[in-house]
Design a protein around this ligand. Structure first.
Ligand code: N2P
Length: 363
């Protein structure tokens, strides 16, 4: 119908802009910040005629609050696997209509299999990006303080007397209890996926001891703070850390940022695309997800965000400095040192939330 109207108007020599509002298609995307190539959104609109209203967040907790409040109006969201798992149980999502996702053939089987542990049968979600949580740091400033070796293991960051050495040049830590508790548990030689209240308290005690040396708990501002030289170390996510490195390079400000997957292992996470049950534009939501699964589109997003994506066929299209970077696409030996976690049930989640507040505020 829209096309017919458009061609009649064109035949009459009338601009289409005036007719756009009646038939305009649009979708509402809610995704993590710094997580897409903006030209992908422009190209999607140009190729499909569907406008994208794009909004961002930087924590699963924010996304979850919006989703559980209902009627958020989002068509596609990007929960991490653990939150996805719990939200599926809460009835937040609709099953994907796979007949509308021909590009599903491009997904990375191994990543889809990992995701199936949270979404059995891959019914509700497809993987968007996957990554580690590690340490990003200013090479020169860390060298000044601890020598050439740089950061190699969690001990250098999670032991208060070690973190103290970097407090004067600025430390940020992710405001993400899932990341920080699992990493602290692993460091304490406890199960990183432990749902035991006593274990969580021990992890919180460890992290509380670091608070005085942490300038800020935040999950997105570290990109610019590192790139500008405002801070010298962050516990952060792989792609964001490389974005910080690239921003500093573009600014040619002399700041060199490194990212390390600590040798004693770390958390691997999956962020995924899903359609809320109450999505207003279900068909176009599928169209958008399918577009992101196109190998050339996935490659573009990885190129800009420096996060590994879930589309295997895109890997050959990605520059070697990213696709062969073992901190972005870890090698099998590193993969074996990565752990994953599952969602805590509600009573344990309450403890996690309370203990995380204690870590950040001391209360
Ligand atoms: C994007 C961060 C996504 C990784 N900037 C955390 N889910």
């Amino acid at each position: 119908m829209r096309r017919i109207c458009a061609s009649v108007l064109v035949a009459l020599g009338i601009s289409c802009a005036c007719a756009a509002s009646a038939a305009e298609r649009s979708i509402n995307i809610y995704n993590w910040s710094d997580y897409i190539d903006p030209t992908v959104l422009e190209n999607f609109t140009r190729e499909t005629g569907v406008k994208v209203v794009y909004d961002t967040y930087d924590s699963n907790e924010i996304l979850e609050t919006r989703l559980l409040a209902g009627n958020a109006g989002y068509d596609v969201v990007a929960p991490s696997a653990t939150f996805l798992q719990r939200q599926i149980k809460a009835g937040v999502y609709q099953p994907l209509d796979k007949s509308k996702l021909p590009n599903l053939k491009n997904v990375w089987p191994e990543i889809a299999a990992r995701l199936a542990r949270y979404d059995p049968g891959n019914v509700y979600a497809v993987n968007y990006m996957w990554f580690t949580t590690g340490v990003a740091y200013n090479v020169a400033k860390i060298k000044e303080r601890i020598g050439d070796k740089g950061i190699v293991g969690w001990d250098q960051v999670l032991k208060p007397e070690n973190l103290r050495k970097f407090a004067d040049c600025g430390v940020y830590v992710l405001d993400s209890p899932e990341d920080m508790f699992s990493i602290a548990l692993n460091y304490l030689k406890l199960d990183p996926n432990s749902k035991d209240a006593g274990d969580i308290r021990r992890a919180a005690d460890l992290l509380s001891g670091l608070r005085r040396y942490v300038k800020k708990f935040h999950s997105s501002e570290y990109i610019n703070a590192l790139a500008n030289g405002d801070i010298c170390l962050a516990i952060g996510w792989a792609g964001d850390s490389f974005q910080a490195r690239n921003r500093a390079r573009e600014a040619a400000n002399g700041v060199d940022i490194a990212y390390v997957i600590p040798q004693d292992g770390t958390l691997m996470s999956l962020d995924n695309l899903a359609i809320p049950k109450d999505a207003p534009h279900t068909d176009d939501a599928h169209l958008f997800i399918d577009y992101l699964l196109r190998p050339d589109v996935a490659a573009r997003n990885t190129k800009v965000t420096n996060f590994a994506n879930g589309v295997l066929a895109s890997r050959a299209l990605i520059d070697k400095d990213i696709s062969d970077n073992p901190a972005i696409y870890p090698e099998p030996a590193t993969m074996r040192r990565l752990f994953t976690v599952t969602a805590p049930d509600q009573p344990i989640q309450k403890i996690v939330t309370r203990e995380w507040t204690r870590v950040k505020t001391g209360r």
